[in-house]
Ligand binder design. Sequence first.
Ligand code: PGA
Length: 255
Amino acid sequence: MRRRLIVGNWKMHKTASEAAAFVQRLSELVPPINSLEVVLAPPFTALHAVAQSPASRSFALAAQNLHWEDQGAFTGEVSAPMLKDLGCRYVILGHSERRQMFGDRDEGINRKVRAALRHGLDPILCVGETLADRESGRTQTVITDQLQRGLDGLSKEDLRRVTIAYEPVWAIGTGHPASRAHAEGANTMLRTTLESGWGTEAGEQVRILYGGSVTPENASEFLASPQIDGALVGGACLDPHSFATILTLAQSFAR
Ligand code: PGA
């Protein structure tokens, strides 16, 4: 059974000191977490503070991006070995904000996925269609293309360590989440693509999350679905109370 996963994507929020205080508060608000996996993805500058906090023991750490080279003359970039050394277990790759604002393309995202795997980081690959894609009936083509290109060349062994986050661009940060039926439809297409590429056994082990305006008010709707293995939460993960509420709800749907 795929273990449920909730990821809090902090984006460009919180200094290192704010991050330490947040983790402390969050750990006071949530009951012991044993039935699901919780991942915090602070900005690079706060990773160390979160990793060092005793309050972060029940949470795994993720970075929000990496560069595919191990080291070199790449001003402003951060590599997989650097993140691994800081205590990261996961890395979010191909987020739509990176695709839209920073020029991330499928080929580069694929190199990042492979670099993560090579250095023992588990990639969380984000895929999702824009409103224009959706309105022109291209959702399936767009998300299955992003999936196949992002995971190109991976073995079955590699695939076991991958998580997919389906995040329709029109639902991110808008307060207008996808309907449960839309998210289920997309997740089913993604799983079918995984199974036809890597075989049923490998494909069915991959967790496929939903992300896009998940809040304490709507989280249960997504978490109750057999096709949705968890959530990638942006805005609602920044407040310890609202994220704690989502985690408490998620525990009640744990598998
Ligand atoms: P949101 O962001 O929850 O604020 O919509 C989700 C994401 O971008 O990962």
